[in-house]
Design a protein around this ligand. Sequence first.
Ligand code: GAP
Length: 401
Amino acid sequence: MDSSEKMEKIVSLAKRRGFVYPGSEIYGGLAGIWDYGPLGSDMLYNIKDLWWKKFVKGRDEIYGIASSVMMPQQVWSASGHLENFTDPLEGGKFNTMFKTKVGALKGETDDVYLRPELAQGMFVNFKNIIDSFHPKLPFGIAQIGRCFRNEISPRDFLFRVREFDLMEFEYFVRENDWEKYFEFWRKEMWGWIDEVGISKENVHELEVPKEDLAHYSKRTIDFEYDFPFGRKELYGLAYRTDHDLKNHKLDYHDEESKETFIPHVIEPTFGAGRTVLAILCDAYQEDEMGGEKRVFLKFKPQVAPVKAAVFPLLKNKLELVKKAREVYEMIRKQIQPVMFDDNGNIGKRYRRQDEIGTPFCVTIDFDTLEKDSVTIRDRDTGKQERVDTKDILVYIQERLR
Ligand code: GAP
């Protein structure tokens, strides 16, 4: 399978099975705009949840916020985006921020911009966090949220879009410590790549050359991924110096040393849509099972949109269907989401779940009625294990962890 064929297959599966749809498709779609369907939004939610647990809830010194999408012109003027967030275009320079107005009355409206990055939300709340929590350095401010960029040529499915979710934090340190924390977060980013199920062999660091650095950065490492359409940026780690705090006229007072100074900033940034795309590219597999070709998504169970599926072996045997319903209800009280499927033969049901990456299929057969045990099938190997009904939850929960 060549790489463009692989991309076509992934895009087609994503649409057919409800991961990602072209935005406003019934009206012909809108370039660079995609909607997440039920399975895609569950997957996106799982990724954000894992990220928030690792980088915010799991740490004492990182404060989570959810700031506004619309921010006034002054913010973007201070940050340098008004001047620098541009793409060269024939006949002029083109700023890729979306501009709109707030207020209804003529003469009383204000220009605002939809944020092209989350970072400014963290900087404009820097003083609020200090006043509310009095954090000691180093500390961070994090958020997950939507960003907007009027990309001149959106392309490659979820890779370059005009509206996307970012997961990002600003980590405030003393200037002398920046290299130490840059290295620290570099390692943690590799840890995240592994945890979320992106294979490390497909990710490569690129030291961004000086002439290509963003206007705010003194050093940036891109984490590039081998997408089917080429090696491209997945995540970034930037040393933003004191650029933003200085331009917003913000500083920090150390209560112990009584010094007042401007902290420097390390910024790890993670595109959520690019994470979904990299995971889909890694997970997409084709093989042969039982003499038939099959397609399956080899997701890590933590990321998989559906955790388990429950089937009665036969649809027309009432006792099997009743027992399967009971098992399904028992599982979904603890683990969500779980699917119930009694449509078509059992082989077809396994294939349907393989194609959306469901790690476990629980089948209720005649032995279940006699011995109160079920079969649990592993998506990747197709192997089935007999498990007592009372042990199903523990069996699945252990593997989800
Ligand atoms: N605050 C820093 C910042 O926004 P960036 O490199 O411009 O840095 C951060 O963007 C991340 O956002 C990228 O590493 C990538 O994962 C994602 N990203 C950027 N532009 C994107 C686009 N047009 N579509 C999808 N994801 C994008």
